[in-house]
Unconditional design. Structure first.
Length: 320
């Protein structure tokens, strides 16, 4: 059984979630006594051989630059051919926008079983059983894959990034070119920020409890000091205080950081559905009956305008 990990990238940089997927694939390969290999479609400004430090032995590289803007159909068709040529039995993706779009297409083409949102290594003592989140992170399920080819997409921040040393990976070139399809990318709009929200390990989020956009500096200042990403509740985005790409929840961006700090957010079920995969949730709200406190690991009942500045100063002192 061999492992193939998909390298997701943008603007010449390998995404953080891919490093976690590489670590996961390498650990799975060790468990199965096989090798972990990876595949890159397109070009990046990074040394691919250096990815060997995550336990990867070989990287298959399709160097055509047109893959940099390829759509999900193109990527899935190319990966179908690549899986056949490499003889991979398990394919690993990050559970992000790319994984959501590509993995099901690949599974259909290969007649492979797919588990999306895995949170741990498969259990292999009795078949191939993968643990995943269900019901918007409220529970777990163990799914057995019986097909000969198996596809897994890994939840963000569920396994961690593990460097195993200074080994280098072998890099070989795949003679693949993008296939013709019905979708053409005509433009790309980039969202600028200190930390990409979907990949952030720390997220600081604000709600209407901040009373107005003029007070949003409390969120941005705390996020900056923690090297975290900025997020907001849907009402904040709907009211125009913040852009919609910062809206987290069931109808917005779904996040799974190591730390989620919710400030002035009541905690409606739709919001919780997008954030309850977070490892640690801290809630700050002056309403002691706010529903969010039931989901919180730590709660502070009080005025955010008094508490958050003290948190910012405490973080600065800790960093100093």
């Amino acid at each position: 059984m061999s492992i193939l990990i998909y390298i997701d990238h943008a603007e010449g940089q390998i995404k953080r979630g891919t490093l976690e997927a590489l670590s996961y694939g390498a650990a799975l390969a060790k468990k199965l006594s096989t090798n972990a290999e990876a595949i890159l479609l397109g070009t990046v400004n990074e040394d691919l051989a250096a990815l060997g430090k995550y336990g990867i032995t070989k990287i298959h590289h399709a160097t055509d630059e047109r893959f940099n803007n390829a759509d999900a159909q193109t990527v899935a068709k190319t990966l179908t051919a690549a899986v056949s040529s490499t003889g991979a039995d398990v394919v690993v993706f990050s559970f992000n926008a790319t994984g959501v779009a590509v993995a099901p297409r690949l599974a259909a083409a290969l007649k492979a079983g797919l588990v999306a949102g895995a949170v741990d290594l498969p259990e292999t003592e009795n078949g191939f059983v993968v643990k995943k989140t269900v019901f918007s992170g409220k529970a777990f399920a163990r799914v057995k894959i019986n097909s000969s080819i198996k596809i897994i997409s890994l939840n963000a921040n569920s396994f961690g990034i593990h460097e195993l040393g200074s080994a280098t990976a072998e890099v070989d070139t795949l003679d693949f070119a993008p296939v013709t399809n019905k979708v053409k990318v005509i433009s790309t709009e980039l969202i600028k920020g200190e930390v990409p929200l979907a990949e952030a390990e720390i997220v600081v989020s604000g709600g209407r409890g901040l009373k107005g956009p003029e007070n949003w500096h409390l969120i941005s200042d705390l996020a900056h000091e923690l090297h975290g990403a900025i997020a907001c509740s849907r009402p904040v985005a709907d009211d125009g205080w913040r852009p919609h790409h910062e809206h987290v929840g069931q109808t917005g961006v779904q996040v799974a950081p190591n730390l989620y700090i919710a400030i002035g957010i009541s905690g409606a079920i739709q919001h919780l559905g997008g954030v309850n995969r977070s490892k640690t949730i801290v809630v700050i709200n002056k309403d002691a009956d706010a529903p969010f406190f039931k989901a919180a690991d730590y709660g502070i009942v009080g005025d955010a305008f008094e508490i958050v500045p003290k948190m910012i100063e405490a973080v600065k002192k800790m960093k100093a």
